[in-house]
Design a protein around this ligand. Structure first.
Ligand code: ATP
Ligand code: MG
Length: 414
């Protein structure tokens, strides 16, 4: 893409009420636009990152046998009443509205109830399960505080998956596979070494659920970890019995701030029973269905990546989620043929390039490139036109330059 055509511009300053790095940098670099507190639009650069993250997750969910769907944002009150999750004193983050005919509707903050009810049309016998469905969906939550940039939105994108299985064993097997798939996702987006699976309180239906917590000071959670023993416990559930069970003592634990990037839940058979989803077994007898629920905050993940990968000059995207692979910066004044030719060659070679072909000062181009944070960079100048080689650098703290060939460049990128 030609940067000349990109309608967004970088900004020197972010809105004064943005206190987190993720919001500051993403707004300044033109990835997102703030509509109001906790509500952000995703602009061309930001949407590219979102799509990269989604594709990684889609890969992993499809590998588990997940089938992608999109549910609706408007939801039925009666379904949530059946499970006692409609009232505001039970779920305090609902946005609700009323149709002209007086019917109340809820705006989706989660989807267990509507998906489970929908499954009654498709799941009737043990032969119809297991079923795993997932979606990327905008969730609306009336969050009390929305001060963490895109880490906590009132409108945000979530990947939510639901598993319908015939028994505990089948449920557990899928649950454990999902746990691994989730770690694959976090590794692939660059959060591997900083992300821990914790025990967390799981509400009424299970003793525990699991959370995926990434270490960052911008996070709102606190966990205790022991890296050697690979133990992580959410502060909310830390107890002496749990420590004894895990074979670790309090003074072996390190306290860290984290962001919850994912959460997986076992609902047991309770929710399907409340909603009337049952199946027949081999003997034709009615048996309950097990429900698992598995979420990843897509936009929170993006914000967490920025929190972990930035320096004083801007963002440093991991290659797997960067908006473009390569930033091609032309410093040529009149004859831009050389840069144009290189741009075409790179595009033909399948490289995803942002080509800075704008008529602005070199200093501004470099400042913008540092802020936007595309990993690979090639600068074309009068000096480099003379040689057969390309001036290459990587968006790391040092930004060390080297002269490499076209082939070396494409090798480095692929
Ligand atoms: P939190 O405790 O942070 O409020 P939650 O436990 O209510 O989150 P879940 O219902 O488990 O969240 O949602 C699944 C995932 O969606 C979370 O693990 C998180 O990554 C993401 N998420 C939840 N709330 C938000 C939000 N307000 N903005 C962005 N992402 C969110
Ligand atoms: Mg959660």
């Amino acid at each position: 893409m030609r940067q000349r055509h990109l309608f967004t511009r970088t900004q020197k300053q972010a809105p004064r009420d943005e206190v987190t790095k993720n919001a500051e940098l993403l707004i300044r670099a033109g990835f997102i636009y703030k509509e109001m507190a906790g509500v952000y639009a995703y602009l061309p650069l930001g949407l590219r990152v979102i799509e990269k993250i989604k594709q990684i997750i889609r890969d992993e969910m499809n590998a588990l046998g997940g089938q992608e769907i999109t549910m609706t944002s408007m939801q039925r009150k009666d379904l949530w009443q059946k499970t006692d999750r409609w009232d505001d004193d039970v779920v305090d983050i609902w946005f609700k509205s009323t149709l002209k005919n007086g019917t109340d509707v809820g705006l989706a903050w989660s989807h267990e109830e509507p998906i489970t009810d929908m499954m009654k049309s498709f799941i009737h016998s043990y032969k119809d399960v297991p079923v795993f469905v997932y979606q990327f969906q905008t969730k609306l939550r009336n969050e009390l505080r929305a001060k963490s940039g895109i880490l906590r939105g009132r409108e945000f994108i979530m990947k939510d998956m639901y598993s319908y299985t015939a028994n505990e064993q089948e449920h557990e097997s899928f649950y454990n596979k999902t746990k691994e798939a989730y770690m694959n996702v976090f590794n692939r987006v660059g959060l591997g070494g900083n992300t821990f699976i914790t025990f967390a309180s799981g509400g009424a239906f299970t003793e525990f659920s699991h959370e995926f917590q990434t270490i960052t000071d911008a996070g709102e959670d606190t966990i205790y970890i022991n890296r050697e023993k690979n133990i992580a416990i959410n502060e909310e559930v830390l107890s002496d019995t749990m420590l004894a069970d895990l074979g670790v003592s309090r003074d072996e634990l390190e306290k860290v701030k984290t962001a919850e990037v994912g959460n997986i839940f076992n609902f047991g058979t309770a929710k399907c029973q409340q909603l009337g989803l049952t199946i027949t077994d081999e003997r034709g007898e009615m048996i309950p269905v097990h429900l698992g629920s598995y979420g990843i905050g897509i936009t929170r993940l993006m914000g967490t990546i920025v929190e972990l990968f930035h320096d004083a000059d801007g963002i440093m995207w991991p290659e797997s989620v960067a908006p473009f692979q390569l930033h091609l910066i032309s410093l040529l004044q009149d004859s831009t043929d050389h840069a144009e030719e290189l741009y075409k060659r790179l595009v033909d070679a399948g490289v995803d390039v942002l080509y800075d072909d704008r008529d602005i000062r070199p200093g501004e181009k470099f400042k913008d490139a540092d802020l936007i944070g595309i990993p690979h960079r090639v600068v074309v100048s009068e000096k480099t036109v003379e040689t057969e080689k390309l001036e290459y650098s990587h968006r790391t703290a040092t930004r060390e330059k080297s002269m490499i060939s076209f082939e070396q460049l494409t090798q480095r990128i692929q």
